[in-house]
Design a binder for this molecule. Structure first.
Ligand code: NAD
Ligand code: DAU
Length: 351
């Protein structure tokens, strides 16, 4: 990878990924295409905004003319697609937007990349692509649906998404697969478990609970709080994506996770303990409709074939994360004083 299009690079994982690339690779040009929806935040990239290896472009992955213009100008050899509507609760109230961005936006990126990378774009049956090009789709473990008390998701687990968000991500995965099978396009799909770390928008469990603890607000735990997620520190996810970009076999799917299952209530209590607040702040609220009970990733394919493994334990990752939010109160305050406030009031009213 030399000239890389990162989409959604102003969001949580995308901005961590841009930082990770700049810290770990010298000879690289990065273009970050991001629409700056409510979840995109240029404050996440303020420290690297002047880096000569990096350019920001505001725009929509579904804007074909813009994506073509960027390909013509930069001649990318790599695309990593993070851009998405990513929050399950929002997908329940606004599914249309999720399908437009997550499915049609992905198809636009794939199609422009295909036309740019095919050796003979006019021959519709040719399957020859330039050397060294790759499209990587950042997907999610949620496409596999929910697990019972035992078992894990492997790459061959049938897709069974339960929310409009996960349905849109699964649909996008099928489109990526079709571009491989039909056109011979060099692609990978990664399916990671829940990430945590710096720059996560405070609609998601961990930053929301930290923020509410600091503000002494109640902590809204959905249902009994015994739903299980498999948590991975975001930097480990970024390293895994680089391993797949560099060594992933073309056409393959890689699950990414760190064998770190925790019940939501356990996480909430850990945050309370670390911020010195009382468990009296916990309030059990009405559950999310269609709420997946448990996720767990079998990571043996990526650890065994690509040599990736997580560097952070849950203890080290969570300590670093809580510390980061405690030392970046301005970052959080700027977000929660604006549009987010209306969203929060709307989402948690009458629950
Ligand atoms: P996020 O919501 O924090 O960021 C999404 C980014 O995409 C934002 O910067 C937003 O402005 C941008 N965006 C949205 N629509 C766009 C469009 N039409 N064109 C261009 N940019 C657009 O999301 P995240 O948590 O960083 O997740 C990034 C990706 O990783 C998503 O595809 C998500 O499905 C996937 N993923 C997330 C997790 C997780 O735990 N957060 C786990 C596995 C996979
Ligand atoms: O598994 C990967 C997925 O993880 C990603 O694909 C999604 O983009 C990402 O948002 C995340 O989805 P979740 O729904 O698991 O994350 P969220 O932080 O919204 O919720 C985590 C768990 O905590 C879930 O069981 C719901 C619960 N929860 C969440 C919120 C926001 C609460 O109990 N209370 C809350 O206020």
């Amino acid at each position: 990878m030399k000239t890389i299009l990162v989409t959604g690079g102003a969001g949580f994982i995308g901005s961590n990924f841009v930082h990770y690339l700049l810290e770990n690779y010298d000879d690289l040009t990065i273009v970050n295409l991001d629409l700056l929806t409510y979840a995109g935040n240029l404050d996440n990239l303020a420290d690297i905004a002047e880096d000569k290896r990096y350019t920001f472009v505001r725009g929509d992955i579904h804007d074909r003319a813009l994506v073509e213009e960027l390909f013509d100008k930069w001649d990318f050899d790599t695309v990593v697609n993070f851009a998405a509507e990513s929050h399950v609760d929002r997908s329940i109230t606004d599914p249309d937007l999720f399908l437009t961005t997550n499915v049609l936006g992905t198809q636009t990126l794939l199609d422009v990349a295909k036309n740019h990378w095919k050796l003979d774009p006019k021959d519709r049956y040719s399957r020859e692509f330039k050397e060294g090009v790759k499209y990587l789709q950042v997907s999610t473990d949620e496409v596999y649906g929910a697990l019972g008390p035992t078992g894990m998701f492997t790459e061959t687990t049938p897709l069974a998404p339960n929310s409009p968000y996960s349905a849109s991500k699964a649909s996008a995965d099928f489109v990526v697969r079709a571009y491989d099978k039909t056109y011979g396009m060099p692609v990978n799909i990664t399916r990671c478990s829940n990430n945590y770390g710096p720059y996560q928008f405070p609609e998601k469990l961990i930053p929301l609970m930290i923020n509410n603890c600091l503000a002494e607000k109640s902590l809204p735990v959905y249902g009994d709080g015994m739903q299980i997620r498999d948590w991975l520190y975001v930097e480990d996810h970024c390293a895994a994506i680089c391993a797949v970009l560099e060594k992933g076999a073309l056409g393959e799917v890689y699950n990414i996770g760190g064998n770190n299952e925790r019940a939501n209530i356990e996480i909430v209590k850990l945050i309370l303990e670390n911020t010195g607040k009382s468990e009296d702040l916990i309030v059990h609220v009405k559950d999310r409709p269609g709420h997946d009970r448990r996720y767990a990733i079998d990571n043996t394919k990526i650890t065994g074939t690509l040599g990736w493994s997580p560097k952070y334990t849950f203890q080290t990752g969570m300590a670093q994360t809580i510390e980061w939010y405690l030392h970046h109160r301005e970052w959080m305050d700027k977000i929660v004083s604006g549009e987010y406030l209306k969203y929060y009031e709307n989402m948690y009213a009458n629950r």
